[in-house]
Design a protein around this ligand. Structure first.
Ligand code: ADP
Ligand code: GLC
Length: 468
């Protein structure tokens, strides 16, 4: 079986969030003697493309409305990745020094048209087309409706929704950019009077998956306007929990760590990583270290951090370290806190892959008070590195973390995203930390939870087989 993943992100090429981790891992776990899994993604002007060399395997032009643009298909010259990735270079539109910005509509539309135009030249077509998020949402529609892609109509295709908050909306004024189709079917593109690529994909894809079973259920009542559509289409929808790439996220071999460790020497290994964090960020090694890593957006509950952190730091004995970027106002407030809480709080506002790995290994607790969390990978990385997650029970967090008060429990869960509940959860963490034998036992226990892709990759293959 030949599977093609279409995605805007893929680790280690281009990463903004968890989408990259998923698309950088799932194909690895799908590639075996029966299955070939490849990725087609945009060619951006970013670190990875500057540091590697590519060969051109195809060149042509796309037409978008009245304009034409040249594009090339590039392949890496050296086998740097564990699976094949093809890059679509549309110099005038896609090759920018960012992954997402104000011009996403034109860029991802150009990408999707170029990809399907190139596919028209292939001798054999893929058995499965797997599209990720709204950036690739016009592909299921075009496969089904655009005249020039009629030959693709029988190719089974799947949409995975990593995050339904973002839907790629654009105005009907731009509909002429989409390769010609029967205008009687324009309703397939529309949701509430706007072109909505995510909705179009939900309507046209043969199957729709979300990245955790709980999120699938939650979308029926909370999907940023698409609730009724997801309820109507529920027969073809299924939640498949993401996994983690346990070759990248392995504390025994992770090159980013200050000291590698297994569950045999986790105490000394985790200590060395914590010491580095405390030395670097001027924090007291003897206090329990609570960390957050992620995008500073409403979905992650980050607007509540300044008040929650002040509350906790004023009244409890702990340190807090934050790594993230996003909302300008939140960033400013989190920066400003530094001078008032020198020695107990610090933050790195920005993106730093290496630091994130050290935090997963060296923090005592990882905070995830998310309002929306389709899956969440951070909690699974924390578990793998022996760090106790403190999560709001929603979406994938609900599916992967059991409260320590329950049978076989190992994390700290709360129900609502409110300062008081997060503060109480932090307090529970401090109490747990005070009981070091219990803390260490749990830390060891969580390292051996298997959240790797093995099981979920099989679920995807079964899903492909069911429509192939
Ligand atoms: P989302 O995709 O919603 O941002 P996930 O939990 O699925 O959330 O994945 C986030 C990924 O991005 C993880 O690999 C996390 O370590 C990484 N990440 C997020 N913010 C940062 C940051 N500021 N620096 C380094 N890594 C980050
Ligand atoms: C999205 C979600 C996150 C999920 C990731 C990978 O970015 O916000 O919860 O883990 O996609 O599927």
């Amino acid at each position: 079986m030949n599977i093609i993943h279409f995605s805007a992100e893929c680790y280690p090429v281009a990463k903004v969030g968890g989408l990259a981790d998923v698309v950088g891992a799932l194909p690895k776990y799908q590639n075996n003697s029966d299955t070939t899994s490849q990725v087609i993604m945009p060619f951006y002007d970013i670190k990875f493309t500057k540091e590697n060399t590519f060969e051109t395997v195809y060149t042509s032009e796309i037409t978008l409305g009245n304009s034409t643009h040249t594009f090339s298909i590039l392949k890496l010259k050296d086998a740097v990745l564990d699976f094949d990735v093809f890059f679509i270079d549309v110099p005038e539109l896609v090759f920018k020094d960012y992954v997402y910005s104000f011009d996403d509509t034109d860029r991802f539309l150009a990408f999707q048209v170029a990809a399907l135009d190139w596919m028209l030249t292939w001798e054999t077509y893929p058995d499965i087309i797997h599209c990720h998020d709204h950036h690739m949402g016009l592909i299921p529609f075009m496969l089904q409706e655009s005249f020039k892609y009629e030959v693709f109509r029988k190719i089974p295709n799947i949409l995975t929704i990593h995050n339904a908050q973002y839907q790629g909306w654009f105005s009907h004024d731009k509909v002429n950019l989409i390769p010609a189709f029967n205008l009687d079917n324009i309703g397939l593109l529309d949701w509430d009077g706007t072109i909505n690529p995510l909705a179009a994909a939900i309507k046209c894809a043969w199957r729709v998956t979300t990245v955790s079973p709980s999120y699938m259920e939650e979308l029926k009542t909370s999907a940023n306007g698409l609730e009724s559509l997801l309820s109507d289409e529920s027969a073809k929808c299924v939640g498949i929990l993401n996994g983690i790439d346990s070759s990248v996220w392995n504390p025994e071999t992770d090159n980013y760590l200050i000291k590698n460790f297994s569950n045999k020497n986790l105490t000394s290994g985790r200590k060395a990583n914590k010491k580095y964090l405390c030395d670097t960020f001027n924090l007291d090694f003897n206090k329990p270290l609570f960390a957050f890593i992620g995008r500073l957006v409403g979905e992650k509950g980050s607007d509540l951090f300044p008040e929650t952190f002040k509350n906790a730091l004023d009244n409890q004995n702990l340190s807090i370290l934050l790594l993230g970027s996003g909302n300008d106002a939140v960033e400013e407030q989190l920066e400003a806190l530094k001078k008032d809480y020198e020695g107990t709080y610090n933050a790195y506002i920005g993106y730093d892959e290496r630091l994130s790995h050290i935090i997963y290994a060296g923090a005592d607790f990882l905070l995830m008070p998310s309002r929306v969390e389709p899956c969440g990978l951070n909690q699974m990385y924390a578990l793998r590195y022996g760090t106790i997650p403190i999560v709001r029970s929603i979406g994938g967090l609900k599916d992967t973390v059991i409260d320590v008060s329950e049978e076989n429990g190992f994390g700290i869960c709360h129900d609502n995203v409110e300062v008081s509940e997060i503060t109480t959860a932090i307090h529970r963490g401090i109490e747990l930390y005070t009981n070091q034998p219990k803390y260490k036992k749990l830390s060891k226990q969580i390292m051996s939870i298997d959240n790797s892709w093995d099981a979920s990759a099989k679920q995807y293959i079964n899903l492909y087989k069911s429509i192939n």
